[in-house]
Design a protein around this ligand. Sequence first.
Ligand code: GLA
Length: 381
Amino acid sequence: MKDKIAQTFRKLFAREPIVAFAPGRINLIGEHTDYQEGLVFPAAVKQGIWVAIQKNELPSCRLYSEDFKEEFVFDINSFSPKKGHWANYTMGVVSQLQQAGYKLEGFDLVFGGNIPASGLSSSAALSVAIGTALTELFKLTITKKSIVLYAQKAEHLFAGVKCGIMDPYASAFGVKDRALLLDCRSNTHFEVEVDFGDHSLILINSKVKHNLADSAYNKRREACEASVKILQATYPDATTLRDIPVKDLDKVEQILSAELYPKAKHVITEIDRVNLASNALHAGDLAAFGNLMKASHRSLSIDFEVSCPELDFLAEQSWKLPGVIGSRMMGGGFGGCTINLVSNEQLENFQSVMYSSYKQAFKIEADFIPVALSEGAGILE
Ligand code: GLA
């Protein structure tokens, strides 16, 4: 893929580019907790986005998407978001850098990727790859963490999704064979060596992507913020749901409305599950880890209401199959993938049974995507 992107760049712009790469991410557990300063447990994967870039001595930026076979040009000193357009991620990151005081000049850019499904955060991978590429191109002094924050802000302001920090963080900081136990309050992480022994992680791509996902995502975030405001009467020091102890759930239920409570409950219990899951992994207790995956799915589906019939089917059917340690929807929800931990011995059977039963139930041919925990973003030689 790297060669292809670089080659397209040479063909279009007749110069030698710098090439940056940023991966997509999976998440072992900890969904919809990042924007409440909770804990998450993501990892970078092999698949990602490549960006080829070079200065062009012009006042404009010329972009080309290899995947869409489409170009887009904007003036480096005057641009604004374009609803639903892939160029928003580049413009968003450029705008963040400019606001931070970095002086950028015109550049040419080609990008493309091999992220095989929605829900692996190709948008964060793209923003992080662009941030990494621009840092190298203009020799900017920027920490990795700032690139992550600019990528997140770019998504808020240019794509309209009020996402948390998990996706760009995992894309930037990923390490081979490790997951990141990330604290979204301090924005710091521990690397946790992950060895599932004779078990493997495999995603099932539901191939559904519900249209309202972005607005529903923002609504869930607002519901959490509304709960915090109400809870502050009882917990004056609380700034996010992170501050509400899981042992106080009964009390929280008395305070919040029937509509808000389940959403708050999901976040509070999910943060607890991340802690428990990391302990379970540390102790090598895969069964406990698998049960937490299942509990996470139930909570996301029933309490937080971000699943859909397809994802529920994939998770629930998986739980019944031999060799399946755990299965749950992954990421923001309303489509995308489930993440499954399955014994190598049963992996083939798992795929063939799930493929047929899903096809029968929804007339959709699911894809199966094996994932390996991999390195984060960087400049390629
Ligand atoms: C999306 C967002 C993340 C996170 C997940 C849910 O991927 O971009 O910030 O909130 O959903 O865990």
